[in-house]
Design a protein around this ligand. Sequence first.
Ligand SMILES: *[C@@H]1O[C@H](CO)[C@@H](O)[C@H](O)[C@H]1NC(C)=O
Length: 176
Amino acid sequence: MHLLLLATLLVPGLRAHEEQEPDLSEMSGKWFTIALASNNSALVAPGGHFRVFLDTLDVKDGNVHGNILVPEDGRCKTLSLVAFKTDKNEQYQFSLQFWGHNEMDIVEVEPGEALAFILNNKYQDKTSLVAALAVRTLPAKKDSLDTFEHLCEDLGLHKEQIVLLDHTDHCQKSQD
Ligand SMILES: *[C@@H]1O[C@H](CO)[C@@H](O)[C@H](O)[C@H]1NC(C)=O
């Protein structure tokens, strides 16, 4: 998959960052997930395996350690995950075990402000595309959402496959 390259070439807003290597250390800290998208809608629907909220990221040795909040029985369970940097040609590809195996790309939607995670999920024999938009501060800027929408479009995800998450959701609020 060359999703990052594709995104870089196709999303006008990202073109400016094409040459500069995004700074991984800037990814550490608190994030809020505000949108999800998938071509397998059950994954991002309420109760879906990817209906989860990013809490914090920490970059160590180029690998991305993350805590996510998973709604479960009306509560929020914290789950720690590690996305390992892969040796592939692309700088930003990661390998992540979560509901099967994921190849993950991270795209800087807005430097320091908004990140998109693009996952190619393989669970048993099924491949699905999942994208998530995370921002530093709430409410999210409309520009970040617009750029995410274009990014999704370029990946073949339609507007109606994007789910906006309510930032009053208790799994977002309990993070404060
Ligand atoms: C979703 O996208 C992935 C990656 O492009 C593709 O392999 C898969 O067949 C798609 N699934 C559906 C249901 O369109």
